[in-house]
Design a protein around this ligand. Structure first.
Ligand SMILES: *Cc1c(COP(=O)(O)O)cnc(C)c1O
Length: 467
């Protein structure tokens, strides 16, 4: 299996080559040259597999340059720290079932992909005899998932910038309690955009980037997208019986279009998915796109800080992979759409809009703070379950799309414990932390404070980067 660029102008690469690349050389994103297909017989055979075994089968369709036994070792290691089932399903009534993706070390779904990414990136670096210094900016969740996945790795170090004093106590503890020498937490005197601009400035200096072996593990990373495909298969296998109702729908709390893109891949691979319901919060640039066919990213100033903060995005970096399929896998048309976007601030594919639902199964909706609070209350009253605000957006937007006989599977993207303030507002409840979470919150913290200054950051990286 080779991977090509959505803009059609880059050399095909293998899975391991693509992992360390980021953007393709023509500015596009890596996609499979042909989407692998899974037939009904294979699906039935997969019912008996454990989660790591299923991951080996699904990822093996993409990572054909990795021997099976190596892949099996990596998937076993990636999901070792999870409960036995890895991804548990639980019904909350009204035809809705939650798919538990937040059982990993940072209590959010990004662990599902990051834990595998940590394994496979180290493996690819070993094969080429190289090292990687990951440079990233975080407002909380991605950074902690990356650090927990990469801590202690020999060929990787992490430089993670965060806005000083602007993360929750929980987020700070999750990152700053890590004491591995290869993890460098840097609190910048500024806001998240300042952190991101510092990353862009250094990563944009190609000589510096090459000399310091800088790279990223952001949401466009192909290992993350492919690792996320696995749980769509897993959830389908658990929610259907052999010979029972075949189609299911998924509802996905969305930001960068990474999670739902993996569901879209699963559907293109032949998994019987009826609807992919895209749920946004008040930052509803994607709901607007799927309703109108006009994609108009917003500025940082137009991006609201909401109570489902991990979905507070202004543009959706993975959308280009959907547009590639929409436009008949024609790289020139994709490149033209992004030129239009750069020139006028939007592109318009409204002529294709009816195909979003009819051909690709994608529908969408927006949830607000009041909706989130209502939904957390309603689910708690009906079932005693406490769901997190992002999952609540997923449940809320899913409801009008529930159809008789079609299980609606809502992806639970975080545990409520990470968002204690919103839970308190909705339910007037203080959440209890598990002992290992309590220990993390009380552990000593380690962080380097730095001014918002690219020269200071350069000097720090030069002094601490792996060579
Ligand atoms: C990252 C994140 C999302 C959004 O996922 P995308 O892949 O960016 O669409 C939703 N919920 C939570 C809790 C997240 O951490």
């Amino acid at each position: 299996m080779q991977f090509i660029s959505t803009r059609g102008g880059a050399q095909p690469l293998s899975y391991c080559e693509t992992l360390l690349e980021g953007l393709a050389t023509d500015g596009g994103l890596a996609v499979p040259e042909t989407m692998p297909r899974v037939d009904a017989e294979t699906l039935e055979r997969w019912r008996a597999l454990t989660y790591p075994q299923l991951a080996t089968e699904v990822l093996g369709l993409f990572a054909t340059d990795i021997p099976r036994e190596d892949l099996a070792r990596m998937t076993a290691a990636a999901y070792e720290a999870f409960p036995d089932e890895v991804v548990p399903l639980r019904s909350i009534g009204d035809g809705i079932t939650l798919v538990g993706l937040s059982e990993g070390p940072t209590l959010a779904f990004k662990d599902m992909a990051m834990q595998f990414l940590g394994q496979v990136v180290e493996y690819a670096l070993e094969r080429t005899g190289s090292v990687l210094n990951v440079l990233g900016a975080t407002s909380g969740d991605t950074g902690s998932a990356a650090e927990h996945a990469l801590r202690g790795k020999e060929r990787i170090s992490v430089f993670m910038l965060s806005p000083q004093g602007r993360m929750s106590a929980f987020q700070r503890a999750q990152m700053f309690s890590i004491d591995d020498a290869n993890v460098h937490n840097i609190a910048v005197d500024g806001v998240f955009d300042d952190c991101q601009n510092l990353v862009k400035e250094l990563a944009g200096d190609l000589a510096f980037k090459r000399a310091q072996h800088l790279g990223a593990v952001n949401s466009i990373n192909l290992a993350r997208i492919t690792a996320q495909v696995v749980y769509y298969f897993w959830a389908w296998l658990r929610a259907t019986d052999a010979g029972g109702p075949i189609e299911v729908s998924f509802s996905v709390p969305s930001g960068n279009f990474g999670n739902i893109l993996s569901g879209f891949f699963a559907r293109q691979m032949g998994l019987p998915i009826r609807r992919l319901v895209l749920a946004t919060n008040e930052n509803n640039v994607l709901d607007e796109f799927f309703r109108t066919g006009v994609y108009r990213p917003r500025s940082a100033a137009e991006t609201h800080a909401t109570s489902s903060p991990s979905m507070d995005i202004s543009k959706a970096s993975n959308l280009e992979r959907f547009i590639f399929e929409l436009l008949g896998r024609d790289g020139e048309r994709v490149a033209a759409a992004w030129h239009e976007l750069d020139a006028q601030g939007f592109f318009d594919v409204s002529a294709e809009q009816p195909r979003f639902a009819d051909e690709f199964g994608i529908v969408s909706g927006t949830s607000t703070h009041a909706d989130r609070i209502d939904t957390i209350r309603a689910v708690h009253a009906a079932t005693g379950e406490i769901i997190d605000p992002h999952t609540a957006d997923g449940v809320r937007v899913a409801r009008p799309f529930v159809e008789p006989g079609v299980p609606m599977l809502v992806l639970e993207t975080a545990k409520p414990h990470k968002f204690a303030d919103t839970i308190r507002e909705a339910l007037d409840i203080e959440l209890e932390y598990a002992p290992e979470v309590r220990a993390m919150l009380d552990a000593p913290q380690r962080v380097t404070e730095m001014p918002d200054d690219a020269a200071a950051l350069r000097a720090y990286i030069e002094a601490h980067a792996l060579r």
